[in-house]
Design a protein around this ligand. Sequence first.
Ligand code: OAD
Length: 236
Amino acid sequence: MEPPRLIDFPRVVIFSGAGMSAESGVPTYRGAGGIWAEYDYERYACQRAFDRDPAAVWEFHNLRRVRVAGCAPNSAHRLVARAQRLHPSLSVVTQNIDGLHQLAGATDVLELHGSLWKLRCEDCGATQETRQAPLLEVRCRCGAHWRPAITWFEDPTDEEVFTAAAEAIRACDLFVSIGTSAVVFPAAALPRLAARSGAVLVEINPEPTPASALHALHLRGPATEMLPLLAGGLPD
Ligand code: OAD
């Protein structure tokens, strides 16, 4: 199959994972150099860890904030944003918490796993969005620790965001998975939803994934080199 052109499909969904930001310098979660090879999620990325030792969880998240704050969107993020400006029915559904799609100019990004930059206080209900890195004041004015507004392991999915993503996917004609290992559910069920809804699926990933068989075309290479293959006909 020839690479389809984004411009030829009335409704497009870009579904991204950590590989989308790998070329920006943000480490992926799995594979060589992956975050979960170095850090045990049970100590740093689940509610139980936060309840037990919020300082350790904050040390980990501050390291991540500093690392990601030093990263800029790459040419694939910029291409997605440009395509969205020229193609109003292009939705971005991401598992990433780094905010790089938005920094590149994408709008209405559906963040399935929340954001590294958003915080909430589970005691008084306050919320905050800040890119300060590291976050200097990890406690809310009420005295409780801010909780990163991230979907950690064992957390329920944000239903509102997931429902909006599922709606966009049910309605799409072209679904492009970029840089996800497709192993974390329920996000990993979304390619199947797209396939069932009759969309054409394209996977951009140097490696095969458990969802590969659902995709009609596999572009085996990095996002910045493969995504431009779908950009034919997009005006500058
Ligand atoms: P993973 O780290 O599991 O997978 C990253 C994928 O990106 C792999 O399949 C790589 O082959 C691919 N990849 C690497 N470099 C790439 C590049 N330059 N271009 C394209 N693809 C590339 O990341 P996710 O699938 O996003 O959850 O992980 C899903 C969730 O697991 C994350 O959202 C995170 C994690 O636990 C939370 O933090 C809640």
